[in-house]
Design a protein around this ligand. Structure first.
Ligand code: NDP
Length: 453
């Protein structure tokens, strides 16, 4: 490890104990930035990276609520506001039992660079709760969201911090959160994105992360003179990002053969076509069922139960050309990376945030495959959130085509900026370095301009 990174990481680990995902995210960025800091001592002397690592504000609070049985579960809420150098804090809310301070700090830290890459004026933040919406009634989810917002509302605002959805926070939760904000603040503003289409939402926002990841993959393939047409693809997850990545891949002539949830994965060698995807969307978004049911519905498909003790995930061992991890962090370990490469995969596009472990990323880069890191590849979601904010400010709605065209353009610009930065700093084809460097430069210059604040 580079001596500067090694000393930085000792400090980060000492100051932020028991936050392995945060350490992982910081180390990756720091490694990429060594060449930049060597060339630009002004960033190092102003401690720009060290300042970005330290969030501007961390809010942690109790969320009291009552379940349908009259019990009072103890749940925690968080909002991490990391950096506001180029715009108000912006980033999703995650409701999942695995949520803790370290996971949200890693996500908020990543968000700073991602938002900068989108070319829109948005700072970075993230929040959420260890509340698990799975298996809860709509009324329980509503009571929880109302209690969560009763505290969060003090810390956010349309010009301060604008949360959105993430794992476990979709249209239903955003609705309940927005309703409570509006009631307490007595104002109808674009304080959240991912809103319903009839009350301030943007067309294409639900689709944006998945579509954007596929556009980014198409841009990467284009550098080799290829398209997605006819490519066999492994997709993980079955939520928002996975569903719309599958939709766009199928539309562009690729064949998606897997989907998953935390219980296991399905493999459908004939491909998950539009009709089957519509069935999955009804299963996941309306009935809130499990992906296992797919194999019972569609003959020819198989279901494999997840084994938490196993050293690899069998989803990544199927033969294919492309992989789109769209579930959660660290879902591809080094063994999975080997299996992917052995199975013929030469493009990995991260729909999820940090789904590949550090060692898996190293493998992909060593083998010179097309590897699109989440910071760049899944930035389409927050980019369209930025477009939703712009539409809210104008009190006007763009058409589906207008938003989609802008999304495509933004993904192309992110691709160009990423490739350009990787080239300029001597690591051509390395999208990880390219994304980290391009994202950093804009924030770093803004921080220099604004002084020590
Ligand atoms: P959803 O809640 O809609 O779906 C998440 C999916 O991943 C579900 O199928 C879920 O299965 C699965 N999953 C979640 N946690 C785990 C786990 N610990 N192990 C295995 N599977 C798991 O979330 P999204 O689709 O919105 O988010 C997916 C990823 O994309 C996340 O990393 C998120 O941060 C990232 N992302 C999302 C954006 C967005 O706009 N929504 C924007 C940018 C990134 P189960 O139902 O069993 O929990």
């Amino acid at each position: 490890m580079n001596p500067y990174v090694s000393s930085l990481m000792s400090d980060v680990q000492a100051k932020n104990p028991a936050q392995p995902e945060f350490h992982q995210a910081v180390e990756e960025v720091a490694e990429s930035l060594v060449v930049v800091l060597d060339k630009h001592p002004e960033y190092r002397s102003a401690k720009i990276l060290e300042r970005i690592i330290e969030p501007e504000r961390v809010v942690m609070f109790r969320v009291p609520w009552m379940d349908d049985q009259g019990e009072v579960p103890i749940t925690r809420g968080f909002r991490i506001e990391v950096n506001s150098a180029i715009g108000p804090y912006k980033g999703g809310l995650r409701f999942h039992p695995s949520v803790n301070l370290g996971i949200l700090k890693f996500l908020a830290f990543e968000q700073v660079f991602k938002n900068s890459l989108t070319t829109l004026p948005m700072g970075g933040g993230k929040g959420g709760s260890d509340f698990d919406p799975k298996g809860k009634s709509d009324l329980e989810v509503m009571r929880f969201c109302q209690s969560f917002m009763s505290e969060l509302f003090r810390h956010i605002g349309p010009n301060t911090d604008i949360p959105a959805g993430d794992i476990g926070v979709g249209g239903r939760e955003i609705g309940f959160l927005f309703g409570q904000y509006k009631r307490i603040a007595n104002e109808f503003t674009g304080v959240l994105t991912g809103k319903g289409i009839h009350w301030g939402g943007s067309l294409i926002r639900p689709e944006a992360t998945g579509y954007g990841a596929v556009y980014f993959a198409a841009n990467m393939l284009e550098t080799r003179g290829e398209t997605l047409e006819g490519k066999s693809c492994l997709v993980s997850g079955a939520g928002n990002v996975a569903q719309f990545a599958t939709e766009k891949l199928t539309e562009l002539g690729a064949k998606v053969v897997t989907l998953s949830d935390s219980s296991g994965h399905i493999y459908d060698p004939e491909g998950i076509n539009a009709e089957k995807l519509a069935w999955v969307q009804a299963l996941k978004n309306k009935r809130r069922g499990r992906i296992k049911e797919y194999a019972a519905e569609f003959p020819g498909a198989t279901y494999t139960e997840a084994d938490p003790g196993a050293d690899h995930n069998p989803l990544w061992a199927h033969k294919a050309e492309c992989a789109f991890p769209c579930a959660t962090q660290n879902e591809i370990n080094v063994k999975d990376a080997d299996n992917l490469l052995a199975g013929g995969v030469y493009l990995v596009t991260e729909g999820a945030n940090m789904p590949s472990s550090a060692q898996a990323v190293e493998h992909f880069i060593d083998k010179n495959i097309l590897f699109g890191p989440g910071k760049a590849a899944n930035a389409g979601g927050v980019a369209v959130s930025g477009l939703e904010m712009a539409q809210n400010s104008m009190r006007y709605n763009w058409t589906r085509e207008e938003v989609d065209t802008r999304l495509k353009m933004i993904m192309k610009d992110i691709h160009t900026a990423t490739v350009g930065a990787a080239d300029r700093f001597g690591t051509p084809n390395n999208y990880v370095n390219g994304a980290n460097i391009a994202g950093f430069l804009k924030v770093a210059d803004a921080m220099l301009d604004q002084g020590v604040v």
